[in-house]
Design a protein around this ligand. Structure first.
Ligand SMILES: NC(=O)c1ccc[n+]([C@@H]2O[C@H](COP(=O)([O-])OP(=O)(O)OC[C@H]3O[C@@H](n4cnc5c(N)ncnc54)[C@H](O)[C@@H]3O)[C@@H](O)[C@H]2O)c1
Ligand SMILES: C[N+](C)(C)CCCC=O
Length: 486
């Protein structure tokens, strides 16, 4: 059945014993929940519900929608710790970080609540008293398809602008992290959205395909890998549907010798080790100017070795387990290949077995720093999506800019330097949608986020995203007589 806010409570948990959410696939290597996948029939029902809800919601004024979104934001804030706990169990990221995700989630709802009330068109004067005006109108039923690394946050970053613009949204989370988004559905309902306006369906590729190919779906916003993004684009092309693609990356982080070293080292860790390194915009190619290579590397290794790995529900933990065993093995495979290709492991890169015996089947590994890397190595070219930093050295600004851009991805990039002119010159030359100067992986919701090149198109967050969830209608008004050609 399609899981929506009403069905959210019907999850069947295989192991409901012990503290309610403690049984978790990533923490302990066990199943916490089983869901029935939504097939074509269920997807049709979800679309039907969403269409009915859209009729009501799209007629509301921006201020009315604003109030509902603000209420939903308030509930998320109030339930922050509970949602963060569910997200930690859902994904494996530390509770410390999950709270940050929940914060950017309610902030996103607040931000688009504010914009909902200010959406407006233009009035254009024409000759003879005639005039035209534009209306910004919603698209209809939008689909959101999410990845497993930021399950709750992704659902908020898609649904908040969608709902603010007057659309309905059907959201499909990754089957690896199906749980937390149900809380969002519950919260929207409590806040007062019409039933079915934010509807959750569960499943994998087949469910996603039913959604993308559905004739009554007006738009698809997708977060995930490049190969799946390409399939989404093909399906959307069949129905001439607009899409937003938030895809993968292999982003450069450039550390110039005049940087504030302490901040640059902290920035490099932020760029590589949040959410066990499973972050699309991570700056995994760390280019360090030769003069400071040794000092920088030593400090990075020292801090990396100090990262507390273990039970992500404990306050002190900063790195939890990876998402699943095949992914852990894939990441370890990249490290093995890096060594074969000549890279040197300075720390980590191996399986970590926590002392707590109940965690022994979790998918933990030690964060890894690789040096002696070259641009042609697999670890430098491909997205690993795990806690693996590759350090490369460079001499000049022109050289590093060319090497940084030598990739098919273009999601993010970072520069650490005290030279403000150089900072702006370098980011102007970087082929990436999200650039950071003297920081990395911060995400204020006011700033648009999205990629260049194969990292996708369209944006999430920021004012511009309103354009991706609405369409412009032009109305031409004649105040005189029709001047006919016939
Ligand atoms: N740019 C961003 O904002 C961003 C954010 C998070 C993750 N990512 C990227 O996501 C990837 C990791 O996530 P993942 O492994 O979940 O990606 P994925 O592409 O395997 O899956 C993403 C989603 O697409 C669904 N899906 C899979 N095949 C489908 C199909 N044929 N039709 C419709 N839906 C389909 C999955 O069930 C899942 O919900 C990485 O490459 C990462 O960089 C990007
Ligand atoms: C919140 N971050 C760290 C900027 C990640 C955004 C989503 C990418 O995976």
């Amino acid at each position: 059945m399609a899981l929506n806010h009403r069905a959210a409570v019907s999850l069947s948990r295989k192991e409901p014993r012990g503290p309610r959410w403690r049984f978790c696939p990533v923490l302990l290597g066990r199943v916490i929940a089983t869901f029935a996948c939504s097939g074509e029939k269920e997807v049709n029902l979800a679309v039907q519900d969403a269409k009915a809800a859209f009729k009501i919601w799209s007629q509301k004024s921006g201020m009315e929608r604003c109030r509902v979104l603000l209420e939903a934001a308030r509930i998320i804030r109030e339930r922050r710790d509970e949602i963060a706990t569910v997200e930690t169990i859902n994904n494996g990221k530390s509770i410390f970080e999950a709270r940050w995700d929940i914060d950017t989630s309610w902030q996103c709802l607040e931000y688009y609540a504010g914009l909902a009330g200010s959406m407006a068109g233009e009035h254009i004067q024409l000759p003879g008293g005639s005039f035209g005006y534009t209306r910004r109108e919603p698209l209809g039923v939008c689909v959101g398809i999410g990845a497993w690394n930021y399950p709750f946050q992704i659902a908020c970053w898609k649904s908040a602008p969608a709902l603010a613009c007057g659309n309905a949204m059907i959201f499909k989370p990754s089957p690896f992290t199906p749980v937390s988004v149900l809380l969002l559905a519950e919260i929207y309902t409590e806040a007062g959205v019409p039933p079915g306006l934010f509807n959750v369906v569960q499943g994998g590729a087949a469910t996603g395909q039913f959604l993308c190919l559905h004739r009554d779906v007006a738009k698809v916003s997708f977060t995930g890998s490049v190969p799946t993004g390409s399939k989404i684009m093909e399906m959307a092309a069949k129905g001439i549907k607009p899409i937003t693609l938030e895809l993968g990356g292999k982003s450069p982080l450039i550390i110039f010798s005049d940087c504030d070293l302490e901040n640059a080292v902290k920035g490099a860790l932020m760029a590589n080790f949040l959410t066990q390194g499973e972050v699309c915009c991570n700056g995994t190619r760390v280019f360090v100017q030769k003069e400071i290579l040794e000092k920088f590397t030593k400090e990075v290794v020292k801090l990396t070795q100090g990262i507390k790995i273990g039970d992500p529900l404990l306050e002190g933990t900063r790195m939890g387990p990876l998402i699943n065993r095949p992914h852990l093995e894939r990441v370890l495979g990249f490290i093995k290949l890096a060594k074969e290709q000549g890279a040197k492991v300075l720390c980590g890169g191996d399986v970590y077995v926590p002392e707590d015996p109940k965690l022994k089947d979790g998918y933990y590994m030690r964060p890894c720093v690789l040096t002696d890397c070259r641009d042609d190595m697999t670890c430098v070219r491909e997205e690993i999506f795990g806690p693996v930093m590759s350090i490369l050295s460079f001499d000049t600004e022109a050289e590093v800019l060319e090497r940084a851009n030598n990739t098919t991805f273009g999601l993010a990039a970072g520069v650490f330097t005290r030279d403000i002119q150089r900072a702006h010159r370098v980011v102007a030359g970087l082929q990436a949608g999200m650039c950071f100067i003297n920081n990395y992986n911060v995400s204020p919701v006011e700033l648009p986020f999205g990629g260049y090149k194969k990292s996708g198109f369209g944006r999430e967050n920021g004012r511009v995203t309103i354009e991706y969830y609405s369409q412009l209608k032009t109305v031409c008004v004649e105040m005189g007589d029709v001047e006919s050609a016939f």
